[in-house]
Write a protein that binds this ligand. Structure first.
Ligand SMILES: [Zn+2]
Length: 101
């Protein structure tokens, strides 16, 4: 449980240093609430060495503010240039376009 709480805490609004971020926009499949999460491409990714180039991975758990409590689990995969190459979600669907700052 501590694992999920750790990720949930990352979702709280933070105004810190400008860093490359990847925005996740998703909609809860249960209540329809739109959830947004920011992935810091330098601090939130774990590197994995497999094959020629390493890849970066991030798992986010999104919890809405409604009385729904459904958890949306997002898994992102980035290549060695931190470009998103794969994303999966459970508990909801991806919506909209991602912005990369
Ligand atoms: Zn919901």
């Amino acid at each position: 449980m501590g694992f999920f709480q750790k990720f949930a805490r990352l979702l709280s609004p933070q105004k810190n240093v400008a860093a490359p971020v990847y925005w996740v926009h998703a909609r809860c499949s249960r209540c329809g609430e739109e959830l947004h999460a920011r992935v810091n491409l330098y601090h939130d990714l774990s590197i994995e060495y497999a094959g020629k180039q390493p890849t970066y991975h991030c798992r986010k758990v999104l919890i809405g503010e409604n009385l729904c409590f459904q958890k949306l689990e997002v898994r992102l995969t980035f290549d060695h240039k931190r470009q998103m190459i794969d994303r999966q979600i459970t508990g909801g669907t991806f919506i909209g376009a991602e912005e990369e700052a």
